[in-house]
Design a protein around this ligand. Sequence first.
Ligand SMILES: Cc1cc2nc3c(=O)[nH]c(=O)nc-3n(C[C@H](O)[C@H](O)[C@H](O)COP(=O)(O)OP(=O)(O)OC[C@H]3O[C@@H](n4cnc5c(N)ncnc54)[C@H](O)[C@@H]3O)c2cc1C
Length: 388
Amino acid sequence: MTAPNDLGIEISRRAAQIGAEVAGPVADEVDRSARFPSEAIEALRDGSLLSVLIPTESKEPPATLGKVSEAVFELGRHCASTAMIYAMHQIQVACIVRHGRSELFREYLADVSDRQLLLASATTEAGVGGDVRTSVCTVEPAGAGRIRLEKQSPVISYGQYADAVLATARRSPDSPPNDQVLVLCRPPGLTLEATSGWDTLGFRGTCSLGFRLVAEGEEGLALSDPYAEILSQTMLPVSHILWSSVWLGLATAATDRARSFVRAEARKKPGVTPPAALRLAELMAQLQRMQEIVHGTAQRYDRECNDPDVLAGMGFAIAMNSLKVSSSTLVVDIVNRAMAICGMAGYREDSPLSLGRILRDAHGAAVMVNNDRIYGNTAQMLLIHRED
Ligand SMILES: Cc1cc2nc3c(=O)[nH]c(=O)nc-3n(C[C@H](O)[C@H](O)[C@H](O)COP(=O)(O)OP(=O)(O)OC[C@H]3O[C@@H](n4cnc5c(N)ncnc54)[C@H](O)[C@@H]3O)c2cc1C
């Protein structure tokens, strides 16, 4: 196993290598058969890349969120499902690192590092749509200092391959729907019973089946802070940054194919600029916009993530929401432009420049927490937010 501090420097280079050599070659097959990209996740495990956000003995985590964002981007260029699984795992780790202050969670994080455990998420719940700030299910006392939780989860990505699931629930049977906690559900007290399949347009390798989740364990398994705080300070900004990094990977992969197409056209008629070169120049301007929004917001998070006043501010929340709606819109725009450039070579499924999987994955961005919900949330904040 590599010394943790070497990973901070190495992480994106190693993710790029895993993307190109392990995830990329099977990405089409993973997509076609909607199967878990087990070889890529094993390679990430072998490289100790699942624990790079966990502080070491020297107190500093090996990687900043910016570094993880780069790693997610590199994976996303080759297999967006692998990149999304890695991103979703890191979101759960980030929540425990900041909000699980008890000895139980310190020990659990050490276990995640040692055994390279993979963590999944169950925030969505049947009956409340995509409103993650509302829970129907509740934490119930189970006697002898233990708790029980039962949740109908319409989507838990890679649920059957995860070592634990972080689930939202009402704090107690008497709590209102928005008084929520985030509970670590882990074996041996965790049961996941599949209730629906995952035959979707894109992100097919995330295997995001529906489950009836039943968990039992000691009382301390709920993270120390209220979910409202976990969401605003960590889960929402980290999700939007890492999801956007996946989508930037998709947009870059589409752009690379468009570039290859235009260069091949140029080689056919030396001295003549192919007509599609102008469209490629337009596409590059869009890609640059997207790169700057994603990298800039990741750097902003790294600068500001230890300032509680900034994290609690509406300006920060609006910026993190804006990143999600902008990047999820830009990725579809960029892939569409690449399709217009590549023409049939992009439209065919059997061509090296095929854009089919990339286009289908790109459409997952706007529904993965619906953009209308995010606009609605930002709109409410803008009514009272006073900063420029
Ligand atoms: C690839 C992928 C992986 C996922 N993985 C997970 C996972 O691991 N764990 C998990 O918990 N979830 C996961 N999800 C679920 C996801 O995060 C969303 O919560 C879910 O997709 C929302 O489902 P929905 O579109 O049915 O619901 P909604 O968000 O309710 O949207 C349905 C419709 O209602 C409209 N709508 C409803 N209420 C409002 C409102 N207040 N404001 C504006 N519009 C509104 C929307 O615009 C939309 O038209 C995943 C989703 C995807 C695509």
